[in-house]
Design a protein around this ligand. Structure first.
Ligand code: C2O
Ligand code: CU
Length: 574
């Protein structure tokens, strides 16, 4: 192990990361402990003019932004004040090296936090960049339990680009029905789909036309739903940190009359490139640079259009305001319409363009030790609609894996090895999914500690003819190299030669485009149990995910606070 400034960096990084660490290492003196006291409660709020119960942190949704410096320790004392619901919070993009029990994934790394209980999350933010946090219990994320994390560089270290100011933009989609109601519909025999959201929120604000609902809970003059304002000073350069915690929608972000330069993705520097608009999928974070170089006597729209799903008049709008023009002065032009919602090629091309910054590339291992192909399909299991991966639909165990593995409780989840491939060539990804033989399971994928793993995510047609969706897949505990995207069926012989081993970007979330495939590589160098799932909340709820286990024998003593549910209840006493 190498010890830098009180942070233990495990030796597994050593083989490729030594050079990188030496220039990125954290001066011992600067690491701080940042303490937060949060209470989670339901509050009646009208973020899009329609009043409903919103899950808040200290009364706010989005919750407070965590601002820290690389190497700092974050301590969040989280009190569950929900009265009738459990909760848990995941720190999305933070790898939790040495603290796998703080990942916040209920059923995987911890028991849920009971009403009235306080749970302490403690972890190190070991890399600079833009991250998010959100509920990882049921479908609470879509009720408003989310926020931003910004990790700055150590003192004296410069970003590889210049800007004057920093602004955060967090995007979400919003339903008027409660998350419990949405979830009940998804698990009913008489399936009720959540449907398209009622509005898109930008920094927690959206706008729903109340004339459509005739409901007294809706009031278009409520100041809570006046648009978000992003104020800029003419001539200055802004770093916009844009993240999406959407529950369903894929977004396209565009500022009227302004190009953007993409510079960061999921905490990694991008080889800069200029776009008119940015596609952003749930679970992704980007930084873009925008120069306030347009006519400062007016304001401009910042528009969030929905792509990949057909929606009617659904768009999020914020005001890109030039100081000292009045922040409420509405732009006169029509908001940017964004690309066509079904222009898959456009989105695929932007995905392909995102490469690692040439001076910050961490080269991937040139070969892999394991290849897992994961076919994403829609299935019916015992009369219910489910999503499945290689014909297995994921269900959470009642006793969290981390505890079960530590205590050798082998009977609390399926010990069967899940299928690591699907029959290539036999499955027709272009025809309506049938898969009558799909099953449900909580079986784990075991990865040899420190081994290199490739995953090919293969998309397919859903149970609706001529329909294939976009699935943003997110890996907990690791970043992966994005080796490639392709159309149609992944063909090992043909496609392996086209994978990018030179300058792939590292990310924690990546889209799988309709009827396409996405290939990633990572090193299983973080001891723990880690979810890998589609970040669409209802898809994960319906089984679209798997869980990896690796090096659990190296995990230190588990904090007793994660115990209490299932078979772990009797183990709680120290
Ligand atoms: Cu941001 Cu398991 O998710
Ligand atoms: Cu999905």
């Amino acid at each position: 192990m190498i010890v830098f400034g009180g942070i233990i960096l495990r030796s597994m990084f050593a083989h490729i990361f030594v050079g990188f660490l030496l220039c990125m290492s954290i001066p011992a003196a600067s690491a701080k402990v940042r303490h937060y006291r949060w209470t989670v409660t339901y509050e009646l709020k009208a973020p899009d003019c329609y009043t409903k119960g919103v899950i808040t942190i200290n009364g706010r949704s989005p919750g407070p932004t965590i601002r820290a410096q690389q190497g700092d320790t974050i301590v969040v004392e989280l009190k569950n004040g929900l009265m009738t619901e459990n909760t848990a919070i995941h720190w999305h993009g933070i790898r939790q090296i040495g603290t796998p029990w703080s990942d916040g994934t209920e059923g995987i790394t911890q028991c849920p936090i009971l009403p009235g209980d306080t749970f302490v999350y403690k972890f190190v933010v070991d890399r600079p960049g833009t991250y998010i946090y959100h509920a990882h219990y049921g479908m609470q994320r879509s009720s408003g339990l989310y926020g931003s994390i910004q990790v700055s560089l150590p003192d004296g270290v410069q970003e590889p680009f210049a800007y004057d100011y920093d602004r955060s933009i967090i995007l979400n989609d919003w339903w008027h029905r409660s998350a419990q109601e949405l979830a009940a519909g998804l698990s009913a025999i008489k399936f009720v789909w959540v449907g398209e959201p009622q509005s898109i929120l930008i920094n927690g604000r959206g706008w729903y036309d109340c004339s459509l609902s005739a409901n007294s809970a809706c009031n278009n003059t409520d100041p809570q739903c006046s648009p978000s304002v992003i104020t800029v000073v003419p001539g200055k350069t802004y770093r916009l940190r844009i993240s999406s915690v959407s529950s369903l929608s894929a977004f396209n972000f565009e500022i009227e009359g302004h190009n953007m330069t993409i510079i960061e993705a999921d905490g990694h520097y991008v080889e800069p490139f200029v776009v008119k608009n940015l596609n952003i999928y749930s679970g992704e974070t980007y930084s873009v640079l925008v120069v306030a170089d347009q006519d400062p006597s007016k304001n401009y729209w910042a528009a969030v259009n929905v792509v990949s799903r057909p929606t009617k008049n659904l768009r999020g709008l914020a005001i890109f305001n030039y100081y000292p023009t009045h922040p409420r002065l509405l732009p006169t032009a029509a908001p940017p319409a964004g690309p066509l919602w079904n222009d898959t090629k456009y989105r695929l091309n932007q995905s392909l363009e995102i490469k690692s910054h040439r001076n910050f590339t961490i080269p991937p291992p040139l070969s892999t030790e394991k290849l897992i192909t994961l076919l994403n399909t829609q299935n019916k299991i015992e009369g219910r609609f489910r999503w499945a991966v290689n014909n297995v639909s994921f269900v959470l165990p009642h006793t969290p894996y981390l505890i079960a593995l530590k205590h050798n409780l082998r009977h609390v989840f399926s010990q069967e090895a899940p299928p690591e491939s699907y029959s290539v060539g036999k499955y027709d990804i272009f025809s309506k999914a049938e898969n009558p033989n799909a099953t449900e399971s909580e079986a784990l994928y075991k990865l040899e500690f420190n081994s290199t793993v490739d995953i090919v995510l293969q998309n397919a047609n859903t149970m609706t003819a001529n329909n294939s969706e976009t699935h943003p897949w997110h890996l907990h505990g690791h970043d992966f190299w994005v080796l490639g995207f392709g159309e149609g069926v992944f063909d090992l012989a043909k496609d392996i030669g086209n994978l990018n081993l030179v300058d792939p970007i590292m990310k924690n979330t990546v889209p799988v485009h309709p009827y396409g495939w996405t290939a990633i590589r990572f090193v299983a160098d973080n001891p723990g149990v880690w979810a890998f799932h589609c970040h669409i909340e209802s898809h994960f709820y319906m089984g679209m995910g798997i869980v990896f286990e690796s090096g659990v024998d190296r995990v230190g003593r588990l904090p007793r606070s994660i115990y209490g549910c299932g078979e772990s209840a009797r183990l709680r006493k120290p």
